[in-house]
Ligand binder design. Structure first.
Ligand code: CA
Length: 244
């Protein structure tokens, strides 16, 4: 599907205590037409968040009064699924696991190039805008609740339940599940998923597909289901397999 040339203007909260980096990031975001609020601490971020809502939060991890990841956790605890991009100097696997479990949508490791940063922001905003388009759409096929036995996907509410328990998914995880479930049994390669779900054709993101699939699987299995809804087709890709 061809991307529409839409210009997405977002209200962004940037939480970064490195003043030089914050200035650079703000400059590029503002250049793209976004509105940016900048704070430097976890406390100020929470205060700002209580005053207004944001389309995207960009969070540093090492902040003077704590870990930026706590801001993400705080949002998720308040049932807020706004996209979160972490800026992190730490590239350890444990940090990534921490972040993914806190419901972070994407990571970028410092130092990063401006082009990469802009691409990540653009991709996150596009994904969210597509979800909102689906929410607004009158297309009953897209908006219809999808029932696969114990698994229920509710696109309009952006909710998933399994065995009557809510499964908490990030925007990306939800889009991926919804996309696969729209065509049960159809196998998608990582490149196809990157194209449809992440809006990128850069194969350097293959690991992102794998880690999102793994997260989705573990969240679905935590809900007490022994059925593997998302199956690997070795050498080809992934498919959604409803329970027989
Ligand atoms: Ca810092």
């Amino acid at each position: 599907m061809e991307q529409q040339a839409i210009h997405l203007v977002a209200n962004i909260l940037l939480v970064e205590d490195d003043e030089d980096l914050a200035e650079l990031v703000q400059m590029h975001l503002k250049f793209q037409g976004h509105h940016v609020s900048h704070v430097t601490t976890v406390t100020d971020a929470k205060a700002k968040y209580q005053q207004q809502s944001f389309d995207l939060l960009i969070l540093d991890r090492g902040l003077p009064d704590g870990d930026g990841l706590d801001i993400c956790l705080y949002l998720r605890q308040h049932q807020d699924w706004s996209p979160v991009l972490m800026l992190t100097a730490r590239d350890g696997e444990m940090d990534k696991v921490d972040g993914l479990e806190a419901g972070v949508d994407d990571y970028i490791t410092k130092p990063f190039s401006v082009l990469e940063f802009q691409a990540r922001v653009r991709n996150i905003l596009r994904r969210v805008s597509q979800i909102n388009d689906v929410k607004r759409s009158d297309d009953v096929i897209i908006n219809d609740v999808m029932n696969f036995g114990s698994l229920r996907i509710m696109p309009e509410l952006h909710q998933v339940s399994l065995n009557d328990k809510d499964v908490t998914l990030t925007a990306t995880e939800f889009t991926l599940l919804q996309f696969l479930a729209t065509r049960p049994g159809r196998v998608y390669s990582k490149d196809e998923l990157l194209d449809h779900v992440w809006n990128t054709c850069h194969s350097g993101y293959h690991h992102t597909v794998c880690s999102t699939i793994n997260r989705l699987r573990s969240k679905l299995s935590l809900s007490g289901s022994d059925h593997h809804f998302i199956q690997t087709v070795w050498g080809v890709g992934y498919k959604f397999q409803p329970r027989q």
